[in-house]
Design a protein around this ligand. Structure first.
Ligand SMILES: [Zn+2]
Ligand SMILES: [Zn+2]
Ligand SMILES: [Zn+2]
Ligand SMILES: [Zn+2]
Length: 201
């Protein structure tokens, strides 16, 4: 495990602007910046019969969405209707079939499969940051003023945990792990990148 450095005082850390968690697009669910190129703006076809009853596909998708809301808080259980893009994505995933992690294939496993799909989308979208030594990490905002760094896997997901940076309420480094490759503190490297002349660490 890497060395943890405690810093007693210092200037507020100027956190790299890319250390911001990506926000999911409300129109397509993907994590992209800027304008949505593939908005899902209508409830997908195939869920209801002409007399507005659920089709067999509609029953699977509706039960999966309900499970995501009620059991896993992925959707707002109080919402009047599920987002169109979620319904559309559930249909796409249902038709594509189970992955090797799915024990069986039914509405409940579709919900869990959706969560796995969403987690991969999220991890791929997380910002990448390079240490001075060239080591590359994915950065995940744990909460306000707290970041966790991970090695990326070959397919751009989160790999092994590499350390964390925590700031105090004044924005100064309270705790920083060190890069496992070069042993420089992450917080120190960030401060140096922001202000190469006046490094305080
Ligand atoms: Zn979008
Ligand atoms: Zn579940
Ligand atoms: Zn699966
Ligand atoms: Zn390094």
């Amino acid at each position: 495990m890497s060395r943890t450095e405690r810093v007693r005082s210092g200037a507020p850390l100027s956190v790299p602007h890319e250390w911001v968690s990506p926000a999911g697009c409300e129109l397509c669910g993907r994590f992209h910046a800027g304008v949505c190129l593939n908005p899902v703006t209508a409830s997908p076809a195939g869920l209801l019969t002409v007399s507005d009853a659920l089709t067999p596909l509609g029953e699977v998708v509706d039960a999966a969405a309900e499970h995501l809301a009620v059991r896993h808080s992925y959707l707002d259980p109080e919402a009047d209707e599920w987002p169109d893009w979620v319904l559309a994505e559930l249909i796409v995933l249902w038709r594509a079939g189970p992955c090797e992690d799915c024990p069986v294939w039914n509405w409940k496993e579709l919900a869990h499969h959706f969560m796995g799909w969403w987690q991969c989308e999220y991890e791929r979208a997380l910002p990448v940051w390079a240490c001075r030594c060239g080591a590359v990490f994915k950065v995940c905002a744990a909460w306000d003023r707290a970041w966790d760094l991970y090695r990326p896997t070959a397919d751009g997901l989160l790999g092994d945990a590499a350390g964390a940076v925590r700031l105090d309420s004044k924005g100064r480094v309270k705790r920083s792990d060190a890069c496992p490759d070069c042993n420089r503190s992450f917080g120190g490297t960030v401060a140096e990148q922001a202000d190469p002349q006046g490094c305080l660490f």
